[in-house]
Ligand binder design. Sequence first.
Ligand SMILES: Cc1cc2nc3c(=O)[nH]c(=O)nc-3n(C[C@H](O)[C@H](O)[C@H](O)COP(=O)(O)OP(=O)(O)OC[C@H]3O[C@@H](n4cnc5c(N)ncnc54)[C@H](O)[C@@H]3O)c2cc1C
Length: 502
Amino acid sequence: MTSPVLVAGAGPVGLTMAMALKRRGVDVRVVDRAAARTDKSKALVIWPRTLELLDIQGCSRPFIDAGLQAHGARILADDGTDLLMHVRFDTARSQYRFALMIPQSETERLLEEQLAKLGVTVERRVELISFTEEADGVSALLRHPDGRDETLQASWLAACDGAHSTVRHALALPFTGDTMPSDWVLADLQIDGELPRDEITICWTPDGVMVFFPIDATRLRVIADVGLAAADEAPAPTLREIQALIDHRGPKGLHAHDPFWISRFRINERKVKDYRHGRVFLCGDAAHVHSPAGGQGMNTGMQDAFNLAWKLAMVWHGAAGEALLESYSPERSAIGDQVLRAAGNMTKVALMRNPVLTELRSLAVGALGHLPALRQRFVDQLAEVDLHYHDSPLTESPRGAARHPAGGERAPDLLLSPAPTETPRLYDVLATGRFAVLSVSAPLMDLPQALRPIAAAVATEASAEYVGGHVYLVRPDGYVALSTGAADTGPILATLERIAQG
Ligand SMILES: Cc1cc2nc3c(=O)[nH]c(=O)nc-3n(C[C@H](O)[C@H](O)[C@H](O)COP(=O)(O)OP(=O)(O)OC[C@H]3O[C@@H](n4cnc5c(N)ncnc54)[C@H](O)[C@@H]3O)c2cc1C
């Protein structure tokens, strides 16, 4: 029998990993050295692409029910009186046309509930102390709350153990990057006054930036940069100091009260180069940390988990060769670089102080805000629907491939036709953990018996999203691997055979 996969860390990324693996029938152990999951709101936004991936797991609904839908973002200047840019998320190219505002504590609670439904309990106060890689597995030393040590033989180790990762340190991997030269304050509280409760409000001032995020019907988060504190561990600001900042930088007439979390943080932008070391995979904050601008840290980490889980599951079951796992690091490391760059740029623009540059910034953003194509790009970037794996070893562009979605790009969900009873939508087929071989206004493909454990043939009619007369190979995480003309599906069969044989 194959030994379990060890998931080290039960933050949002470890929980996502354990859930996605277990749903695919993989034995998992998930351990966390903390006694309880976080009670902090930390990451507040789940973006549309992450919701789509939760949808493939069959569980987006509980998250949507527990969160608040934010429908747009606005950038204000001049003490909140000058509207520089206003974008609405309802143009996002997704079935989810909003940013889901939900505290990280809630996200973790819901993920843990999903995991419990699958029969897995997080082993709390269990610490991964050390590990050794062996020919066919990983030998991990776990310390239990009563001081007992256990040696676990795991098939693979998913290191989801956060920014100070034990695993990354043990592997002596450089965490390359910088610490940004500014402190930030964060306050989750109630605010009375005129402020949109279903939009994100960004205020640019000559003294710094202030951002308001709605949390729920009554509460908001405010963050602001405050320059470098003299001491590394400066105390969290008081409510009075937060109010003074709001008076100075925010729209007028706001009154803050009833804080439930006030904190101070510094932004690190760091990343490992390779996300895979033999039988060990780094995921989430263990692999990359960045500015909260764009709110994409946790989303990127959860998407690391979705990317790896289906590949590990196929390999664990012996349905695919280990070569499939070689795509994880190049795919996710490239996304990590992209997110790091975008979040860093957004933060640097927000932190501008030079009066000439800030004037230019306002002019540029004001002008860009009037160009629908650029506004759409901004929304797609935030929604993470523009992320792609163009340069992945799993992506191909054979002759006759469809123009869109191209190899490596997101595969939108759709109704199948004829619609199988159990799996009426494309994402229902992906939920079975297999590739979908999607014929669009073309005959259903007859897959060889040997490929059926990893792929299912389905069909649909041509639409704005898929080009008729083509067959698409859609990965279990909702990206197109390749497409071909309906008359020459040889490359699709060849790719599936290569994956199955490794
Ligand atoms: C103040 C603040 C605000 C933030 N705002 C945002 C935001 O708006 N948007 C966003 O996307 N992100 C935000 N983030 C970042 C977000 O919280 C992280 O990206 C996210 O928590 C990463 O999840 P993770 O599962 O990778 O790591 P973590 O959440 O850090 O979880 C790691 C887990 O591993 C456990 N662990 C560590 N070592 C071991 C070991 N040796 N053995 C067993 N268990 C171990 C830890 O106890 C922990 O539970 C914010 C973070 C902070 C602090």
